[in-house]
Design a protein around this ligand. Structure first.
Ligand code: SF4
Length: 470
């Protein structure tokens, strides 16, 4: 997939015209923001906790290799098998090979952005393994043949009528959109059967705790526990940046993750998975595999983009972003959308393929304000824009326009001449102070811009028109 300027505009335009989608996005993101603000306000020390967390993440990334090796050593001691995957292809091959070895035909999957990133479902399908999503939102998105449109609420774009239609099709009988209990009961019935027959469970991992070799999994639906404890084989796929050296660091992480995600003191289910089932355990997998996924992450360590690896995928930056709230997640053309997606996607998958994303931001700074790790996303968006110019990625029309604008802005007399000329040229197109340029000349279709003011600031200043206005 790619996201050129034209593609982003086209997808965003479709989303902006979809009134139902706009309403769904507004309602869901407003609820998330309110819950997050309330939960953080209840903490006496939220600001210092966030500072502390930033320091923890930064120090951990400073010794990433050491912590990952500690994690591997302790996970292996606990009976797990640890695999290192340099890229997505390698990670898929590892999982497919485990499935083949066990003759797996059906795998249940918990929520995992890493598996979306590497297109694991497609790789499994090619190997004859059906992978069923079991997070309710992901399950609905899979039934619809779509991709998630929010990091933590994958079906945020679906209305209850659309959900009822999808589940009715799956159930083979009509289900009412007004009976939410019946809809969830049907999803539960379908998934329960899959949980009990799957040969392999696949999950992501929110945290890899080095000191005990444990994988921490956070869910609100309980599906994660079915995926990781019912099938005989469990495979967890985790980005290498998700390591916490000790449980002290993991505790801070969990406390901020749950609050920033859905405004909870702690998520409903926090599972700690350390190796396979012991002899006296009543249940649990016989075999546990942890795949540590690099896929471009290690090349960011020590660079001006290292900070992006501090992300814990809470989704808070999406909810406050004015661009995400209008354009929706699918406009980004990546599993990672919103402000974090606009930075992470070009870094992991190539700036030349995702040229539009560093520009999918108003640079208002709201994302940095809410981020539990205080990640400076606006700074990195600007860095990426600079890289586009230095690496020649920007389309020549865009580049020439910006070079022209920079030249004019640097020369005062020329600036005055150009603004006077534009003011004159716009006259036939300005009505009620709004610029109405005809089709191909309009740089902002679907949005009306005001015309240039009749007099420049400098002219008004000289004429003393501004004095009374303070
Ligand atoms: S960048 Fe910050 S706010 Fe956005 S998902 Fe990551 S941790 Fe959450």
């Amino acid at each position: 997939m790619t996201t050129t300027f034209a593609q982003f505009r086209q997808r965003a335009n479709v989303a902006i015209k979809d009134i139902r989608l706009q309403k769904a996005l507004d309602t869901a993101t407003d609820n998330f923001i309110r819950a997050r603000n309330r939960a953080l306000a209840e903490l006496p020390n939220a600001d210092s906790l966030r500072d502390h967390f930033k320091a923890i993440r930064s120090a951990t990334l400073g010794q990433l290799a050491h912590h990952l090796e500690t994690f591997e050593r302790n996970a292996v001691s606990a009976g797990a098998q640890v695999h290192w995957a340099g890229d997505g292809t390698e990670a898929c091959e590892i999982v497919v090979e485990i499935a083949r070895r066990h003759g797996v035909k059906l795998a249940t999957k918990g929520k995992s952005m890493a598996t979306e990133e590497i297109h694991l479902n497609e790789a499994l399908a090619e190997a004859g393994v059906e992978a069923v999503e079991t997070d309710l939102g992901d399950f609905l998105v899979q039934l619809a043949g779509e991709t998630p449109s929010h990091i933590i609420a994958p079906a945020i774009h679906k209305t209850r009528e659309q959900v009822a239609a999808l589940l009715s099709r799956e159930a083979g009988r009509p289900l009412s959109a007004d009976d939410l209990s019946a809809l969830t009961a049907e999803a539960r019935r379908i998934l329960r059967e899959r949980f009990l027959t799957a040969g392999m469970g696949i999950s992501g991992g929110n945290i890899a705790v080095a000191e005990t070799g444990s994988v921490v999994l956070v869910t609100n639906e309980g599906n994660g526990r079915f995926v990781t404890s019912v099938p005989p084989v469990h495979v967890a796929i985790i980005g290498i940046e998700k390591v916490a050296p000790t449980w002290d660091e993991a505790a801070v992480w969990l406390s901020l993750l749950a609050r920033s995600t859905a405004g909870q003191p702690l998520s409903i289910y926090t599972s700690i998975l350390t190796g396979p089932a012991r002899a006296d355990d009543p249940d649990g997998p016989e075999e546990v595999h942890v795949v540590l996924l690099d896929n471009g992450r290690s090349q960011l360590v020590g660079t001006k983009y290292e900070e992006v690896l501090q992300c814990i995928r809470c989704g808070a930056c999406l909810n406050v972003c004015p661009v995400y709230r209008e354009a929706g997640g699918h406009a980004y053309g990546s599993p990672y959308c919103g402000p974090i997606g606009a930075v992470l996607t070009p870094l992991l998958f190539g700036l030349e393929d995702y040229e539009a994303l560093p520009h999918a931001s108003s640079l208002c700074g709201a994302c940095k304000d809410v981020c539990p790790a205080r990640i400076d996303l606006p700074r990195m968006l600007l860095e990426l824009r600079t890289d586009e110019v230095t690496e020649g990625v920007l389309p020549w029309r865009e580049r020439k326009t910006e070079e022209g604008a920079a030249f004019v802005l640097r020369h005062q007399k020329l600036m005055r001449f150009v603004s006077a000329a534009v003011r004159l040229a716009q006259r036939p197109f300005v009505r009620d102070d709004v610029l109405n340029l005809p089709g191909p000349l309009n740089p902002t279709p679907g949005r009306q811009l005001p015309g240039l003011a009749k007099h420049s600031f400098r002219e008004m200043w000289k004429a003393g028109e501004l004095e009374d206005k303070g």
